[in-house]
Write a protein that binds this ligand. Structure first.
Ligand code: NAI
Ligand code: 13P
Length: 127
C-alpha cells in the first residue's frame, strides 16, 4: 500500500536534488507529510480523481463533476515536461501521465510499472 507513495517521494526528491534542493526538505511536512495526506485521504481532491479513474470513470467526467479543482491533473503535465527538460527519470509521473493523457488504463499502467527493471531506491539522491 505504501510502495507507490514511498517511491513517489524518492522520485520527487530526485527532481528536487537535480534542481539543487536539499533532499531533507522533502522529508518534512511540506514533502512527505503533504504527499501521504493527499495519497491516503478520501477527502483529498487528488486522491478522489485517482480513485474514480481506477473505478473506470473518464477523466473529463471526473473533472466536470468533482466540484473543486484537483491541481494534480495539470501538475502532472508540468512535472512530466520538467523531468524531460532536466533529464530525470520519472517512472511514476510517466505512469500517471499515461493514464491521464495517454489513454492507458490504470491496470495497464501499473503492470507496465511493475515490469520495469528495479533500481536502487535512492539513486540520484545520495551518492
Ligand atoms: N489543502 C491542502 O492540504 C493543500 C493544498 N494545496 C494546493 O493549494 C491550492 C489551494 O488549496 P486549498 O486552499 O485547499 O483549495 P480551496 O479549494 O480551498 O481553494 C481553491 C480556490 O481556487 C478557486 N479556483 C478554482 N479554480 C479556479 C480558476 N480556474 N480560476 C480562479 N480561481 C479558481 C476556487 O474557487 C477556490 O476559492 C490548490 O492548488 C491545492 O492543490 C497544496 C498542498 C496542500
Ligand atoms: O494538493 C494537495 C496536496 O498537495 C492538496 O489537495 P488534496 O489533498 O485535496 O488533493
Amino acid at each position: 500500500m505504501h510502495v507507490l507513495p514511498s517511491s513517489l517521494e524518492a522520485e520527487i526528491m530526485r527532481i528536487g536534488v537535480k534542481l539543487g534542493a536539499d533532499p531533507l526538505t522533502f522529508s518534512g511536512l511540506a514533502g512527505v507529510g503533504d504527499l501521504f495526506l493527499t495519497a491516503q485521504s478520501e477527502k483529498s481532491r487528488n486522491y478522489t480523481v485517482g480513485f474514480r479513474l481506477g473505478k473506470g470513470e473518464k477523466l473529463d467526467h471526473v473533472i466536470a463533476t468533482l466540484g473543486s479543482v484537483a491541481e494534480g491533473v495539470e501538475t502532472t503535465k508540468a512535472a512530466y515536461a520538467l523531468c524531460r527538460k532536466i533529464g530525470v527519470e520519472s517512472r511514476l509521473c510517466d505512469a500517471v501521465y499515461s493514464v491521464l493523457f495517454g489513454g492507458v488504463e490504470v491496470h495497464e499502467a501499473v503492470r507496465n510499472l511493475m515490469g520495469r527493471d528495479p533500481h536502487d531506491e535512492f539513486y540520484g539522491i545520495v551518492a
